[in-house]
Design a binder for this molecule. Structure first.
Ligand code: SAH
Ligand code: SF4
Length: 376
């Protein structure tokens, strides 16, 4: 199999072009087409000589994600379903900057990115793991989610605009997506090498140009990989899907807790914390009758204080076919207040979810189940 052009670094590309006796500036031109103009084919790269385009096509693939379905209106949260080259489906979620969060109105967006097709970790509340794990995403499939989403949004805009159908050329300073959360389908740290490769391409000044501190990796708590990530030079941010502050509560909903119980997870986080000068985030979904009892606030506060974490409380989004539900607003507010009283920095997601805000994995599940129903 040929390597994909969006899985190699600038030095690798330069070396290859040199062996073909191409002038040094060609690498910059190719990268400009890929990461700035988001070209989806070799033919689009009109300032490259045809023989070079043909040669590139002989040695590299240029995969572009195929848009299957988009949910949600412009200027709101939009979910995008992609088809990969082998027919597998994955999702990305585009979230507009929230003036209340960033202090100013902005056309910048956060993209929630998937890293695997399905997920092997089987958390009891999550749609992504319901049909098990299929495969890891390749680096270019992770990178492409950013570029393809920007392409799809640019296409949307040119549909409405009466004037030039030319897609706008996006430069780094105005890149539509300037924040990444690796919180889509899959367990990112179970696809460690491809993830790191993709994030380095998206972070590089000649690539995606997205700052490392604007990239948050969310994990269900793979302790050895957390230690490994702590030893990497980049300052990527880390979020932990905690969802339970005692082994008993956490293991009930997250099987991974049996492999890496809280003591082991906490030790890995302390190690990570010692090496990085940034706050860890604990994500804590509030699920009615499971982890929303005030009993959980003391152990949660103790864990947060030990590893210098802030806590994001997220009322559960119901998933079709699963038994769990979200607590009332009053219960969520009380949980937040109790944590704050214990001296923890915590936030509670208050916006009314609506289906579109539901966690990743659901649109894919729905589409695949519809396809099965239709086939029957
Ligand atoms: N596998 C990684 C990243 C993907 S899941 C992880 O578990 O961290 C991203 C986040 O969405 C996790 O915090 C996960 O627990 C949360 N999530 C999954 N299903 C959800 C649901 N139905 N409602 C709210 N959050 C959910
Ligand atoms: Fe996998 Fe994360 Fe969902 Fe758990 S919460 S099943 S680790 S995607």
């Amino acid at each position: 199999m040929l390597p994909d052009i969006k899985s190699i670094t600038r030095p690798e590309l330069e070396t290859r072009l040199k062996t073909w006796d191409e002038p040094a500036y060609r690498a910059g031109q190719v990268l400009d087409w890929l990461y700035q103009r988001r070209a989806a084919s070799w033919e689009a790269m009109t300032n490259l000589p045809k023989p070079l385009r043909a040669r590139l096509a002989e040695h590299f693939t240029l995969q572009a994600l195929e848009l299957v379905r988009k949910q949600g209106a412009r200027d709101t949260t939009q979910k995008v379903l992609w088809r990969l080259a082998d027919g597998a489906l994955i999702e990305s979620v585009l979230i507009p900057a929230n003036p209340a969060l960033y202090g100013e109105a902005s056309d910048r967006h956060t993209l929630c990115v998937s890293t695997q097709v399905g997920c092997a970790y089987g958390c009891k509340f999550c749609a992504s793991g319901l049909d098990g794990w299929k495969r890891n995403l390749e680096p270019q499939e992770i990178v492409e989610q950013v570029l393809a989403t920007e392409r799809a949004v640019a296409d949307d805009k040119s549909e409405v605009a009466s004037t030039p159908p030319v897609p706008p050329v996006t430069r780094h300073p105005s890149r539509l997506i300037n924040n990444l959360v690796i919180m889509g389908m899959g367990e990112p740290l179970a696809n460690y090498d491809n993830l790191l490769k993709a994030l380095r391409l998206l972070n590089a000044p000649w690539g995606g140009g997205i700052g490392a501190r604007r990239i948050t990796i969310s994990t269900s708590g793979l302790a050895p990989q957390i230690r490994k990530l702590g030893a990497e030079p980049e300052q990527f941010r880390l979020a932990i899907s905690l969802h339970g502050a005692t082994d008993e509560v956490r293991a009930r909903i997250m099987p991974v807790n049996r492999k890496y119980p809280l003591a082991e997870l906490t030790a890995a986080l302390e190690d990570y914390q010692r090496r990085k000068d940034q706050l860890i985030t604990f994500e804590y979904i509030l699920i009615a009758g499971v982890n929303d009892h005030l009993d959980q606030t003391r152990p949660l506060a103790a864990l947060a204080q030990r590893v210098h974490a802030k806590v994001n409380l997220i009322p559960y989004n119901t998933v079709e076919g699963l038994e769990w539900s979200r607590p009332t607003d009053a219960v969520c507010e009380r949980f937040l207040a109790a944590l704050e009283q214990l001296g923890v920095t915590a936030t509670l997601r208050r916006e009314k979810g609506g289906d579109i805000d539901a966690a990743c994995g659901q649109l894919r599940l729905k589409t695949e189940r519809e396809a099965v129903t239709q086939a029957c």
